[in-house]
Design a binder for this molecule. Structure first.
Ligand code: HEC
Ligand code: HEC
Length: 275
């Protein structure tokens, strides 16, 4: 039972008595006893109760990004038999607890039993039929090549770096999200791509994507890909332009069929070259 394994591996860490502060020692020990009793309860009941809890938690904490059915949105499509990062139970629990560094996937302050019930529920999502995407990926690849996407995006080692890399975009985003990204790029701007306008004291306003910022300095990349670095005290203005993107909508520049084909191409980009 992989479900039970997850539960065990993620069982609350019982501090050895010598490491627990005397005042809390009994509380910690009691916590362990309760959860061990939980493991010992009849599996079927525990599993169905947990599954209901898992679904509820998923819908409230994960659904906004992964979609209520888990088939993706801002977050990855989880309704597939094999997940790219969550390759086994342990990896799945770790991702749910800690999130994925450098991405929008957040960690959550969940209890071990909540983590394992969400993990068990996520695994049932894989049984949903994979997304049916209209369109033709081969034609979509030609659409991609005929447009200016590579000016800003890297794919297969080629292209610009103003926008996010597209090599594994099909793993990270659902077809619906990709379609939205093409038709209304400003509807959702991924973290790490905040557009800023800065006005240096000696004139010459500049717009670009924030690359880095600390208390004293800020770096941005302009649309030609050039990096600019400023001391903040040299700037008269730093204006974050939330929900603005240098990518302009392709609505009206693509026919409905070309849009379908391009989306069909993008969803096959899975970062492993196995399109
Ligand atoms: C703020 C949006 C957001 C929320 C909330 C969120 N996720 Fe994610 N999640 C993402 C994104 C984006 C990725 C893809 C990260 C990447 O690989 O670039 C991801 C990736 C994952 C993965 C890895 C998928 C794979 O292919 O291996 C799992 C599993 C996952 N999320 C589960 C969850 C669960 C369970 C919850 C709720 C507890 C949750 N996520 C909440 C955005 C979110
Ligand atoms: C002028 C630069 C530029 C061009 C040209 C451009 N993009 Fe983008 N693109 C960006 C930037 C910057 C972002 C991130 C901000 C946003 O989401 O709008 C982005 C976001 C995206 C996203 C969403 C990524 C995510 O993680 O959610 C996709 C998909 C995408 N672009 C695909 C394309 C395709 C396909 C083309 C060509 C038809 C294209 N882009 C043309 C700059 C560009």
């Amino acid at each position: 039972m992989p479900f039970q394994l997850t539960l065990r591996r993620d069982g609350p860490k019982c501090l050895p008595p010598e490491r627990a502060r005397p005042k809390t020692r009994w509380g910690v020990v009691a916590g362990c006893v309760i959860s061990i009793a939980g493991w010992a309860s009849p599996l079927v009941t525990a599993q169905s109760a947990d599954m209901a809890q898992g679904r509820r938690l998923f819908e409230s904490q994960c659904g906004s990004c992964h979609g209520p059915l888990g088939n993706g949105g801002k977050g990855a499509n989880l309704a597939q038999p094999r997940l790219r990062r969550a390759t086994d139970d342990q990896a799945l629990s770790n991702i749910i607890r800690r999130g994925i560094r450098g991405t929008e996937m957040p960690g959550s302050p969940l209890t071990p039993s909540q983590v394992s019930s969400i993990a068990a529920y996520v695994k049932t999502l894989g049984r949903v039929a994979p997304e049916d995407v209209p369109g033709d990926r081969v034609r979509g690849e030609a659409v991609y090549a005929g447009l200016d996407c590579a000016r800003c995006h890297t794919l297969g080692g080629r292209g610009g770096i103003i926008g996010p890399g597209l090599d594994d975009i099909g793993v990270r985003r659902s077809a619906a999200h990709l379609r939205e990204a093409l038709l209304s790029p400003e509807a959702f701007v991924p973290s790490g791509f905040l557009q800023l306008r800065v006005v240096p004291r000696d004139g010459g306003a500049l717009t670009g994507i924030r690359v880095n910022e600390d208390a004293f300095s800020i770096q941005l990349r302009d649309l030609s890909g050039r990096l600019h670095s400023f001391w903040k005290n040299e700037l008269d203005l730093i204006e974050p332009q939330w929900r603005r993107s240098p990518m302009t909508s392709y609505e009206g520049r693509l026919t409905a069929e070309q849009t379908d084909d391009l989306v069909a191409f993008l969803v096959t980009l899975r970062g492993d070259g196995s399109q």
